[in-house]
Design a binder for this molecule. Structure first.
Ligand code: NDP
Length: 450
């Protein structure tokens, strides 16, 4: 590996000690782009390019006081990481989850830089969120929290500055409350300031489906390039949120048999094929737990999580789609999946596979669709939402969906081409990192030392 890459990884470890997820993301990206960096080592080093790319342009951290239904005042912490704006306004979701901290925000923002570059749209990398836990909160509590969050965030965003969207715990309801408060404070209908909006006020058709559908479009391209397809394959999907649900829908459209889905407590197993209408009812309407599936399909099984490996990864499957959270698949889980005959893995979530598990899967010849390429459909359709907002015009569902499919095919070819150019075979992880990095690096070089 290039000495320069090693030096910068070590500096990041020293300067950001304790930020494990951020260090992991930097380590994975920088190690895999080493063959490209080696070709340009002197130039990059003289410009401190890697040192600059691993340092966020700005981190905003703020207090979010709000009142719960009983009148108690609660204080949460909010973040916005504006990581890299060299190719366009910062763009990336907001996550509301009790685990949110600066390290998670920085890892997600860092990944987002290269993901956004891969889409081909002029959007920079950012991420934000709060350690607020939306689970079990009333609609009024969610609204009051979102209003307090936006009261501070609005100072730092704008349709040409920074455009947030949803992520874990932030869906259409939350985006609605956030947008309402933004509009009220600014007294300006700036539709392009947030994406993932409702269809009645500037949202795009197919945005809700985009990440999950995009994952499957990417997966099908990857399989096709290796003379395979989704048809008749068994699929397990971790998570049962936005990404998981629409990945399941599209996988079923392609003739795959989805046999398991999960949430943070455990997974449901239905060998007849998951009934997605029931999952949608439980998760999208009732905001319930996946276990409730058994109330509708008594033949199905429920496997509680009770070891270090989420139960879903112990199930025999051809294809696994981790669509829940980071570091869900560790080396142990990866070994079980391989023993059980895994063919391919597609990351719907961000960094759901640990570095050693990724390396192990690649060494075993598993086709591996890395998150920053495979789950880029969400941000790509967010960019299409911004285009529609600027034009004051809406495309049909089919028009957006066709554009999404084309975008995912293009992302796969650039990932594949980069992997081939550096003799990396089917290492699409490195292919994606190199393809994304090249574009951002060139923009940063052109803009001087800033
Ligand atoms: P949702 O909030 O809609 O769903 C999250 C799902 O993951 C839920 O089933 C949740 O279960 C599960 N989950 C969350 N945290 C954990 C945890 N710590 N352990 C186990 N399970 C967990 O989020 P999304 O579907 O939007 O996001 C899922 C992943 O996809 C994230 O990694 C996100 O960053 C990524 N992503 C999302 C995009 C989007 O457009 N929404 C775009 C690109 C990537 P439970 O209800 O039990 O918490």
């Amino acid at each position: 590996m290039s000495n320069y890459v090693l030096e910068v990884i070590n500096q990041v470890k020293e300067k950001n000690s304790g930020e494990t997820q951020f260090i992991q993301a930097v380590d994975e990206v920088l190690s895999s782009i080493a063959p490209y960096v080696k070709e340009h080592e002197e130039e990059f080093k003289s410009l401190a390019l890697l040192e600059r790319i691993v340092e966020p342009e700005r981190i905003i951290s703020f207090r979010i006081p709000w009142m719960d239904d009983s009148g108690k005042v609660i204080v949460n912490r909010g973040f916005r990481v504006q990581f890299n704006g060299s190719i366009g306004p910062y763009k990336g979701g907001l996550r509301f989850h009790p685990t949110v901290n600066q390290s998670i925000m920085k890892f997600l923002g860092f990944e987002q830089i290269f993901k956004n570059a891969l889409t081909g749209f002029p959007i920079g990398g950012g991420k934000g969120g709060s350690d607020f836990d939306p689970k079990g909160k009333s609609d009024n509590e969610i609204m009051r929290f979102c209003q307090s969050f936006m009261t501070e965030l609005q100072k730092h965003i704008g349709q040409d500055i920074d455009v947030p969207a949803g992520d874990i715990g932030v869906g259409a309801r939350e985006i609605g409350y956030l947008f309402g408060q933004y509009r009220r404070i600014k007294n300006d209908y700036e539709a392009g300031v947030l994406t993932g909006k409702g269809l009645e006020y500037g949202g795009s058709l197919a945005r809700k489906e985009a990440t999950g559908y995009g994952l499957i479009y990417f997966m099908e391209e990857m399989l096709k390039a290796n003379t395979l397809s989704l048809k008749n394959k068994t699929v397990t999907i971790s998570g049962s949120g936005n990404v998981a649900i629409y990945a399941c829908e599209k996988a079923q459209n392609y003739g795959a048999k989805v046999i398991a889905m999960s949430d943070s407590n455990g997974c449901i197993l239905d060998f007849k094929g998951i009934r997605l209408d029931i999952v949608k009812q439980i998760k999208e309407v009732k905001r319930g737990r996946i276990k409730e599936y058994l109330n509708y399909v008594p033949d199905a099984k429920y496997l509680e999580n009770n070891s270090k490996i989420p139960s879903i990864y112990t199930i025999k499957t051809d294809i696994v789609l981790p669509c829940a959270t980071e570091n869900d698949i560790n080396l142990e889980a990866a070994k079980i999946l391989v023993e059980n005959g895994l063919i391919a893995l597609g990351e719907g979530a961000n960094m759901p596979t640990t570095k050693d598990a990724t390396e192990y899967l690649l060494s075993k010849g598993i086709l591996f669709a890395p998150g920053k390429a495979a789950n880029a459909g969400g941000v790509a359709v967010s960019a299409l939402e911004m285009s529609q907002n600027s034009m004051r015009y809406s495309w049909t569902f089919e028009e957006v969906d066709r554009k999404l499919e084309k975008i995912m095919q293009n992302i796969f070819s650039s990932v594949k081409n980069s992997a081939e150019e550096y003799n990396l075979g089917t290492n699409y992880v490195a292919g994606a990192n190199i393809a994304g990095f090249k574009k951002v690096a060139n923009a940063m070089i052109a803009q001087g030392i800033i």
